[in-house]
Ligand binder design. Sequence first.
Ligand SMILES: Nc1ncnc2c1ncn2[C@@H]1O[C@H](COP(=O)(O)OP(=O)(O)OP(=O)(O)O)[C@@H](O)[C@H]1O
Length: 210
Amino acid sequence: MIEIKNISAGYLNKEILKNISCDIDKKDFFGIIGKNGTGKSTLLRVLCNLIKPYYGNVLIDGRNINSFSRKEFAKKISFLPQYIDTSLSFTVSEFIMFGRYPYMNMLKIPSDDDYAAVQKVMNFLYIKNFAERDINELSGGEKQIVLIAQVLVQETDIIVFDEPTSHLDIGNQNDILEILKDLNEKCDKTVILTLHDLNAAGEFCSKLVL
Ligand SMILES: Nc1ncnc2c1ncn2[C@@H]1O[C@H](COP(=O)(O)OP(=O)(O)OP(=O)(O)O)[C@@H](O)[C@H]1O
């Protein structure tokens, strides 16, 4: 259970979110919709502890998110931002492995468990055949699935996506949303996402906030 309590937040002294409260249940496929620039990404950043609110709190299972260590928090909640730089050259399996950072020791050498987790996610998303390809050679839709793989390999109960279907054609949008729905229904993940497609939001989300 996530409780967003009376959040006011923004950038420098520009307040974007004013007194926002809502509860997100463990089983929710929770959609956030709204016009451009209304603060959807800002709310996700607050939820993922990337920016501090001016006022208010976010609690996960009754615990204030400020009380988690970075690694502890990264095992609880994973986040796929709207824009992510994939310009550096990595193979798909190397790129997915970055998602295992909360489980690695100071030397950052992947363990057998880390390799097994990457394989498991690639099997789940049917992308094993991409494993050795350079991430920059993939199409937009293929890359999006690899980004989701990196989030999943973090093995958190809560996954947060900022517009996971933007820039995708309708077929790919649907495929991605079906994957997220499976994660929610079959793998018991709490899914929180922003969407612009109101039809898709209505079809897939169990709860929507505007
Ligand atoms: N890093 C930042 N520094 C300063 N202002 C920002 C920053 N990020 C966003 N903003 C401003 O905060 C407001 C809300 O932006 P935000 O990205 O949260 O909106 P959004 O609802 O997610 O928009 P969109 O649907 O276009 O992605 C906008 O006015 C934006 O210009």
